[in-house]
Design a protein around this ligand. Sequence first.
Ligand code: PLP
Length: 376
Amino acid sequence: MIYLDYSATTPVGFEVLDTYNKTSKDFFGNPNSLHSLGVKTKNLMNSATKQIAEIFNIMESEIIYTCGATEANNIALIGAALFYHNKGKHIITSKLEHPSVYAICDYLESLGFEISYVNNDKEGLVDFEDLKNLIRPDTILVSICAVNSEVGIRQPLKMIRQIIKKENNDTILHSDMTQAVGKVSVNFHDVDMATFTGHKIYGPKGIGVLYKSNSVNLKPILYGSGKTNMLNPGTPAVPLIVALSKAVRLSTTDIEKRERFIERLNNRLVDALSKYEGVLINKTKYSIPHILNISLRNIKSETFLHALEEYEVYVSSNTACSSGNLSLSVLAIYDDRVRASSTIRISLSHLTTTDEVNKFIEYFDIIYKKLSGLHR
Ligand code: PLP
């Protein structure tokens, strides 16, 4: 098997799984219980939270566990909109967000909020001038992803923050950092809220994080019991939390060395794939090397994906992460509907080997020749 879909999800790390199993077995008490079994579990959970907080240089009280990035985005964006609605009803987001952010914005629009979509330039970066002009006294929230999930564009969040705060110091900046954490270095202090998920960083599925600066207030969207997490009540998933802390530590260690290695694999792929007349490389100088997006002329991406599957090669097509048949991110950058209609995302990891990349190139060639021949 050649797995090249690490941006969709990652296999859980062996050590991470081991931590999950041991915690499930030895710390099964409910951390909300007052007896010693509960206290023992709560202490372990707190030390996992402390570790995550130290890695990201934030406070433990600023970490809210969720079941993934989608839930974290919901709690963050809906919670902020509902808490600050008296200050204004204007929200800004980009044209390069994950569908979960768009779905939440659509919902907020149905509640009477006004959503603006900031333009981006040809390299995929948020257009600073447009952003500046969009900020108004009633702009309560801006949501810009740190790394786009389809083309891998990395946004300069520090700069974006400066622009926003200069125009309106009260506007909250949220960033979906799901495709950034564990791949490139991130600074949570560039934003007021950030979200990420365990299953993209070799952690278990079913656990995510919302970082919320203590200066931000949210109206809860979930209600229940349990004092440990007021924004996401109920019994905390301690084995998932402890396993997540391990995944965070492992994935943020050696991050630059891994990035350089992945960059070499990415360059090798670009060299090989750009030779085909019917292949367009959707990559700008701000794309992180972990994601390589291509467009196929005259071949449906889904057909290509399934042909690769015959060789046990796994990648994503635009249907997995976009609306309808169009890749919204490719459309936002290249303004070309044909180019956006048949895209493939190849996503790499430090676990990817040169041999796998070479084999992928070999299979790609066979399939490409076969499928493009059909259209002659
Ligand atoms: N945000 C981004 C940028 C993503 O890439 C994804 C997953 O593809 C999500 C959010 C959703 O994450 P989850 O599956 O944990 O809800």
